[in-house]
Design a protein around this ligand. Sequence first.
Ligand code: GRF
Length: 201
Amino acid sequence: RRLVVLVSGTGSNLAALLAAHEDPAYGARVVGVVSDRAGVAALDRARAAGVPTAVVALADFPDRAAWDRALAEAVGVFSPDLVVMAGFMKLVGEAFLARFGGRAVNTHPALLPAFPGAHGVRDALAYGVKVTGCSVIVVDGGVDSGPIVAQTPVVVEPDDDEDSLHERIKAVERTLLVETVGAVARGGLRVDGRHVRVGGG
Ligand code: GRF
């Protein structure tokens, strides 16, 4: 199975996928990495792994719809079976969803539907939850609102700040993402309303 990974920053989730795909039994290979921002570490990780990259920056387009169409084109060049958003910080629109809806997943560092959006870790900490975690969802047109594929809980420690909690979440998030993407690549993804089944051929 061909994976295209969308990134915006550090790329620790991408790094985990690049390590996993070295094993032929994983059932999927990262064939392209697309970022909405140039000069991020995730692009360096892709290049170091010999994976082609592309940058589609919003500032280079007259409006979001044009950017969304360009993003769909750039991803389509790699003919993905599955698109994985890994630290990708933009909402996709109609053009992208028309081509990849139902075969794009996203990872989020909170137990959705709690704490969606760009500051899930900070919001969970501020709320005072004792348990948060990470979620892999099917991408839809909303903000982290798609059907849930998999989740892992993470306990909040009393002395946690946003960074320490986010690092602890990221440690389990990359494992959840690698395992979930592998299962989807090997066995498929069936979405029935809000309910998702992975595998089952
Ligand atoms: C991840 O926790 C992701 O869920 C969130 O930001 C972090 C990005 O990490 N959106 P990285 O770029 O994969 O290191």
